[in-house]
Design a protein around this ligand. Structure first.
Ligand SMILES: Nc1ncnc2c1ncn2[C@@H]1O[C@H](COP(=O)(O)OP(=O)(O)O)[C@@H](O)[C@H]1O
Ligand SMILES: [Mg+2]
Length: 217
């Protein structure tokens, strides 16, 4: 079983969005995924209520219950646990990182957001956790070239001795629309550019966990 925490000290960076979309790519009959909504705002719980499919399973819990919740998932034969966290409660973010194999850190390519990544990276370093920083809500590429704000954001991360994902999650209405209908982009618009980005991000997440590429579903 692998545990992935979506963490950032900044609200609105895309934690809940990426956790929801990736959980659907992760979940398979032979590799069940569980989403843990550890944010009192309950964004994922709301998404799950709108969702018609039963899977992935969603569990709401407080940060202090994370250890037992993760162990219960392990005992149930769960393969992937994805934890969504609140932005401002440092202790809760640390609790999620502690039980995680990888901290995915989404951030927008903008100055305040990049500054906030430093604090999240520092926390992961202190706890000895591998990280995958992901640029989210990026302007579209021009051909193969990323926007200069994306290039600058990536350079800022290198300057913090961190290696962000080489890809990007572009600002796309499909991400929000899919969630509003209880779906992930792969279900809402199969074959779309948004679905393709999430497949790439899921493959990168697997690599960051030291796993081989999965089937491209
Ligand atoms: N790549 C994206 N494209 C379009 N909208 C996005 C994207 N990422 C996030 N959003 C929107 O931005 C808002 C904040 O995202 P959310 O995932 O809730 O952030 P967080 O959980 O980090 O607070 C939401 O309304 C969400 O729909
Ligand atoms: Mg959220």
């Amino acid at each position: 079983m692998k545990v992935i925490a979506f963490t950032s000290r900044k609200g609105g960076s895309g934690k809940s969005t990426l956790a929801a979309h990736l959980s659907v790519f992760a979940d398979a009959p032979d590799a069940p995924a569980v989403l843990i909504d550890c944010d009192p705002q309950g964004s994922l719980a709301l998404w799950h209520e709108l969702r018609q499919a039963e899977t992935p399973v969603l569990v709401k819990c407080e940060a202090r219950q994370l250890g037992e919740t993760v162990e219960a998932a392990r005992a149930d034969g769960v393969k992937w646990v994805l934890i969504d966290t609140p932005p401002h409660n440092t202790a809760d973010i640390a609790a999620a990182m502690r039980v995680a194999d990888l901290a995915v850190i989404p951030f927008r390519p903008a100055v305040f957001d990049i500054a906030a990544v430093a604090a999240t990276l520092e926390m992961a370093r202190t706890l000895g956790k591998p990280v995958l920083p992901v640029i989210n809500s990026a302007p579209p590429r021009r051909g193969v070239h990323p926007s200069h704000v994306v290039t600058e954001a990536r350079e800022a991360l290198f300057a913090m001795n961190a290696t962000p994902w080489a890809g990007q999650v572009t600002t796309r209405a499909a991400y929000a629309h899919a969630l509003a209908s209880g779906q992930a982009v792969g279900e809402f618009e199969p074959g779309s550019a948004a679905a393709a980005e999430m497949i790439e991000l899921w493959q990168e997440t697997r690599r960051a966990l030291g796993l081989k590429e999965g089937k491209r579903r």
